[in-house]
Design a protein around this ligand. Structure first.
Ligand code: AHR
Length: 661
C-alpha cells in the first residue's frame, strides 16, 4: 500500500516550531582575519607539571620495581615478608648499627640457623611486580655477610620465573648485580632474596629494574609513561611539585641536594600525600631515585625547558605552617643558587663539576626557577623577595616564577589579591603562577579572564588547573571541553599568559590521592584522559602568532547567564604556512557555523581537521576503553575562503588549512 506523502497536522506543527526555533537562533559566523596577524604565541605556552602524587614517581614513572628498597619506611619491613623454604630457619630483623651509610641507616639482617632451601625476604613491589615473558630485569643489592644468595622471581602461585645466584659477599658491604630473565608474563610477581647456607646476610638498597626503560637508561623511567609525556610535545616541565616541595613540615620538604648521586645516599622521605583525605593507598614514600639529575635529563629527552621549584623557607600553609626565620634563610637561598649552578654552571664550578661527575658535563640550559609553590600571605612576601634579589644579582637573566596562592577567587581571593597588590606595589615578579581547580562552568565563565590583563605587568603562568565536575570530579569529556574552552583564552592572551599546565599529571589506578588527573596508569598499562587529549592537541597545534577572530553573534558578557555557542581562537603556523582554527563547542547540541577566512584570496582545497568528542559529556576513558574519547582525524574539502562547518556537541575541533593571497 502506498503511504500518503502528505504530512499530518502534528508533523506540520513540529516543522513550523522547528523553523521558528531555527529562525530565532541567529547563524554563527566565525571570521578569521588571516591578513592581520597579531601577537606572538608564547613558545612556552603548553607544558607539563610533574609531582610525586598518586604514585606518580615511585611506583609510577620511576621504573624501580621494589618498594621500600632501603628499609627506611617507618614500618621497616613494609612491602617485605620473611620467607623460609624447605625447613629453613632463621631470624629476620632490621638493624641500623654500622650501616651502609648514615643517610639511610636501616638494613635487613638475616641470621640463618638452618639453610633448608633458603631463608630470606620477598618484596611485593608496588601492588605486585609486573614481569614480561622473556624480558630481562636487572637486580642490584648492597650486601655483606657469610651466606651465599639465591635471587628469584616468582609469580603469585609460587612458580619460578627466573633466578640468579651470588657467592657470599664477605664482611664488607659490596654491590652485587645480576640479570634475571622472566620466563613468563606475570602481574603480581615477587622478588625473593634468600640465603642458601647458614650464616648471616645484611641487605640494603635491594633493587630490580626492567632492562628496558626509557632510552634503556639504568635507574631509568617507564618508557610507556615517558612516551605519553613526549607525545604531548611539552615546552616545559615544572617539577618536583606541588605541595611536596613545601613538605608537611620543614623536615619533610623537598631538598634537591638529597636527590643526586649514589642512590644509597639519597635519604628516603615520606610523601606528604599519604596524609591526603581521599587516600586509597597508605605509606607513600619518596626514594628520590627520580632525582634532580633525572628530572633535568627527562626535560632534555622530551625537549622541555626545565622549571624546578624550590622551597622558600615555608612548609605547607594548610598543614604545619612552619616558617624559617628570616635570619636563617641563607642556606635556602644558597640551595637555589647552587641549583642554578648545578644545571647551568661550567664544569669548573663547584656544582657544575658535580653535574659532570654524574655523567652530564653539558649544561641543561635552565632559564626559569620557581620560588615556593603556591605560597601566600605576608610571610611569603617577606621571604620571596630575598630569593628574587639574590638570584637576579647572580643570574640576571633567570626568570623567576612567583606564587599567587592556591586559587584565584572564592576562599582564595584575599590571598590572590594580596599577591597582586604586592606586584602592583613594586614587589618584583617575572611570571606569576595562578592555580584553578574549579567547576567546568567556572572554566567557561573565565575564558576571557586574561583579556583585560595588564600587558605591562608580570607574565601569567596558569601552572595548575583542572575542571572538577561535580563531587566525583570525574575525568570526563565535560571537564576536558571546559578546559579546552579556557585554553582558547590562553592562546588568545598568550602575549601575557606565557605558560600553562594541567594538574595533577599522573594517577595510579587503585593508589591515588587526588582526582581528576591527566594520565592514568597501572603496573603495565596507561591511557590518557580526555583532558590529556585536549592538552596534547593544543600543544601539537600551537600557532606562532594569533589571528584576529570575530564571532557572531558576539558572546554575551561573562556574567550573563547565556553562553556563547562556540569558543574560537585562530593563529598561524609560520613554518607550515597553515592557519590553525581551534573551535570549542561546550553545549549539548551541534552548532553549525559559517567560517570566513577574510583576506585569503584562495584556500588549498584539502584541510585537516581533528575532532575530540564523544556521545555523552559524561564519557571518559578507561583501561578497557582507552580511546572512548580520543581525537579523530579527517580530511576536509574546503571550497574557498568561506565555508560552512558543523561542530558536534561537547567537542574540540582543530582545523589546519593553507590559504593563498
Ligand atoms: O596538584 C595537586 C596539588 O594542588 C599541588 O601539589 C598543589 O600545588 C596544589 O594545591
Amino acid at each position: 500500500m502506498l503511504r500518503s506523502r502528505m504530512p499530518g497536522l502534528s508533523a506540520i506543527l513540529a516543522l513550523a516550531l522547528a523553523a521558528s526555533a531555527f529562525a530565532a537562533a541567529p547563524a554563527t559566523r566565525i571570521t578569521v582575519d588571516v591578513a592581520h596577524p597579531g601577537h606572538e604565541v608564547s613558545p612556552l605556552l603548553h607544558g607539563i607539571f610533574f609531582e610525586d602524587i598518586n604514585y606518580g614517581a615511585d611506583g609510577g614513572l620511576y621504573a624501580e620495581l621494589v618498594q621500600n628498597r632501603s628499609f627506611e619506611h617507618e614500618e621497616h619491613l613494609f612491602s617485605w615478608a620473611p620467607v623460609s623454604r624447605g625447613g629453613a630457619n632463621g631470624n629476620l630483623t632490621v638493624e641500623s648499627l654500622d650501616p651502609l651509610n648514615a643517610k639511610n641507616p636501616h638494613y635487613a639482617r638475616m641470621v640463618v640457623s638452618a639453610a633448608g632451601k633458603g631463608f630470606g625476604v620477598a618484596n611485593a613491589g608496588f601492588g605486585g611486580i609486573a614481569l614480561k615473558a622473556n624480558d630481562n630485569y636487572r637486580f642490584t643489592v648492597r650486601a655483606r655477610g657469610t651466606a651465599p644468595l639465591r635471587v628469584l622471581l616468582e609469580d603469585e602461585t609460587g612458580r619460578l620465573l627466573g633466578e640468579t645466584r651470588f657467592d657470599a659477599p664477605g664482611m664488607q658491604w659490596r654491590t652485587l648485580e645480576g640479570m634475571l630473565r622472566s620466563s613468563s608474563t606475570a602481574l603480581h610477581a615477587r622478588l625473593l632474596v634468600l640465603a642458601t647456607e647458614t650464616g648471616s646476610l645484611d641487605l640494603d638498597v635491594v633493587s630490580l629494574f626492567p632492562e628496558h626503560t626509557w632510552k634503556d637508561r639504568r635507574n631509568g623511567l617507564r618508557a610507556d609513561l615517558v612516551q605519553m609525556l613526549a607525545d604531548m610535545h611539552p615546552s616545559f616541565l615544572r617539577f618536583p611539585g606541588g605541595c611536596i616541595v613545601e613538605g608537611k613540615d620543614l623536615l619533610n620538604r623537598y631538598q634537591w641536594k638529597d636527590t643526586i648521586g649514589d642512590l644509597a645516599t639519597r635519604p628516603q622521605n615520606w610523601n606528604r600525600w599519604q596524609d591526603a583525605v581521599r587516600l586509597t593507598a597508605p605509606n607513600y614514600y619518596q626514594t628520590y631515585g627520580l632525582g634532580f639529575l633525572e628530572y633535568f635529563q627527562l626535560c632534555e629527552d622530551i625537549g622541555a625547558s626545565p622549571l624546578p621549584i624550590i622551597n622558600c623557607g615555608m612548609a605547607c600553609q594548610f598543614q604545619s605552617k612552619q616558617l624559617v626565620p628570616l635570619a636563617e634563610l641563607d642556606p635556602f637561598v644558597q640551595d637555589a643558587l647552587d641549583l642554578i649552578e648545578f644545571a647551568n654552571g661550567p664544569v669548573t664550578s663547584e656544582w657544575g663539576a658535580k653535574r659532570a661527575a654524574l655523567g652530564h658535563p653539558a649544561p641543561f640550559n635552565m632559564k626559569m626557577i620557581g620560588v615556593g609553590n603556591e605560597q601566600w600571605g605576608e610571610e611569603y612576601f617577606e621571604r620571596y623577595p630575598i630569593f628574587y634579589k639574590a638570584i637576579k644579582a647572580k643570574y640576571p637573566d633567570m626568570q623567576i616564577v612567583t606564587g599567587a596562592g592556591p586559587g584565584v577567587d572564592a576562599g582564595d581571593q584575599a590571598r590572590w589579591k594580596l599577591a597582586w597588590d604586592k606586584f602592583r606595589g613594586g614587589t618584583p615578579a617575572d611570571i606569576v603562577d595562578e592555580h584553578f581547580y574549579r567547576s567546568p562552568q567556572w572554566f567557561l565563565d573565565n575564558v576571557n579572564r586574561y583579556d583585560a590583563q595588564d600587558r605591562n605587568g608580570p607574565k601569567i603562568f596558569a601552572g595548575e588547573f583542572a575542571a572538577h565536575d561535580g563531587p566525583a570530579k570525574r575525568n570526563n569529556l565535560r571537564a576536558a571541553i571546559a578546559e579546552a574552552a579556557i585554553m582558547t583564552g590562553f592562546v588568545r592572551n598568550s602575549d601575557v599568559v606565557t605558560m600553562t599546565s594541567y594538574a595533577p599529571l599522573f594517577a595510579k589506578a587503585g593508589a591515588w590521592q587526588w582526582n581528576p588527573d591527566l594520565i592514568w596508569f597501572d603496573n603495565t598499562r596507561v591511557y590518557g584522559s580526555p583532558s590529556y587529549h585536549v592538552q596534547a592537541l593544543f600543544a601539537r597545534n600551537r600557532p606562532d602568532v594569533v589571528l584576529p577572530v570575530t564571532l557572531e553573534p558576539a558572546p554575551p558578557a561573562a556574567s550573563a547567564p547565556a553562553r556563547p555557542s562556540l569558543y574560537v581562537v585562530a593563529g598561524l603556523d609560520q613554518k607550515t604556512g597553515e592557519t590553525i582554527l581551534d573551535v570549542v563547542n561546550a553545549t549539548d547540541r551541534e552548532v553549525a557555523a559559517d567560517i570566513e577566512l577574510r583576506g585569503a584570496a584562495s584556500v588549498v582545497a584539502e584541510a585537516r581537521a581533528t575532532v575530540l568528542t564523544s556521545a555523552s559529556a559524561d564519557d571518559e576513558n578507561s583501561f578497557d576503553a582507552p580511546n572512548q574519547v580520543a581525537p579523530r582525524e579527517e580530511t576536509v574539502k574546503i571550497p574557498g575562503p568561506a565555508f560552512p562547518r558543523s561542530f558536534p556537541a561537547n567537542s574540540l575541533t582543530i582545523i589546519r588549512l593553507k590559504t593563498g593571497g
